[in-house]
Write a protein of this length. Structure first.
Length: 261
């Protein structure tokens, strides 16, 4: 099949990707499949999930649907069970699902705060707990999608910054508790990623023109920049890495001090 993640291999891998109907999640599914993994594609929207499945199949990959809401314990357990049954086991879990409901903290609706935490943080715990038995058997790996805002908060992001910071901490806690069982847990922390619903006006050329000069690599990121790093962390090439949060931000995080007048 067409190789998207050159040099990265997941021979015989069986990977569940949450929030894989679009954006970074879809790219992770495609790159994992191109590296040799059979993938289970999760999204709450069945049509979006099927779109990613068809894209994987078009590349000659192996994919199955695992549609459902992973923000609550029982539905998440059902999604993981569906993936394990379809794949015949599990060697990798990419907890990628997430959303933003912005607004100032002073007036942010309670439902918005709680919903973001359920989707961006709780889902990673529910899916990982449901998958840990299978991952122990395979000596597998978990990769969580955090964000640069976990370390450098964005104004008006509501609960998103706090939820992603908690997810980075949860990554470390999982790595600490599950490392003795041979399960590795790491996270990626993307910066400004264009073409997704997480960055306002991310497809506006005028906005992109203003953003690119502040990034040391002089461009904003894409889902294609993030996905190969996730595949790397799922692969045996990262076999001695756990508890790490890798920033994929073009250097934006280290440049923030340069903007102080």
């Amino acid at each position: 099949m067409t190789s998207l993640s050159a040099g990265l291999v997941l021979p015989g891998a069986k990977v569940l990707v949450t929030g894989a109907g679009s954006g970074i999640g879809a790219a992770i599914a495609l790159h994992a499949a191109s590296a040799g993994a059979a993938v289970a594609i999760n999204d709450i929207d069945a049509e979006r999930a099927r779109g990613t499945l068809n894209a994987v199949l078009a590349l000659g990959g192996v994919a199955h649907l695992a549609v459902g809401d992973v923000s609550e314990p029982e539905p998440a357990e059902a999604v993981v069970a569906t993936a394990i049954a379809a794949l015949g086991g599990l060697t990798g879990l990419a907890n990628n699902v997430g959303l933003v409901r912005g607004g100032p903290l002073e007036t942010l609706p309670v439902d918005s705060w709680r919903h973001v935490f359920r989707v961006d943080l709780d889902s990673a715990l529910w899916c990982s707990r449901s998958a840990i038995g299978a991952l122990r058997q395979s000596g597998g790996a978990i990769v969580n999608t955090s964000s640069l805002v976990a370390a450098f908060p964005a104004p008006g992001a509501g609960a998103y910054n706090a939820a992603k910071a908690a997810l980075s901490s949860l990554t470390e806690q999982m790595a600490l508790e599950w490392g003795p069982a041979g399960v590795r847990v790491n996270a990626v922390a993307p910066g400004l990623v264009s073409g997704t619903n997480f960055t306002p006006n991310s497809t506006d050329p005028a906005v992109q023109a203003r953003r690119q000069p502040v990034v040391p690599l002089r461009r904003t990121g894409t889902a294609e920049d993030v996905a190969p790093v996730v595949v790397f962390l799922l692969s045996d090439a990262a076999r001695y890495m756990t508890g790490q949060v890798l920033r994929i931000d073009g250097g934006l995080g280290i440049a923030l001090q340069t903007f102080i007048p």
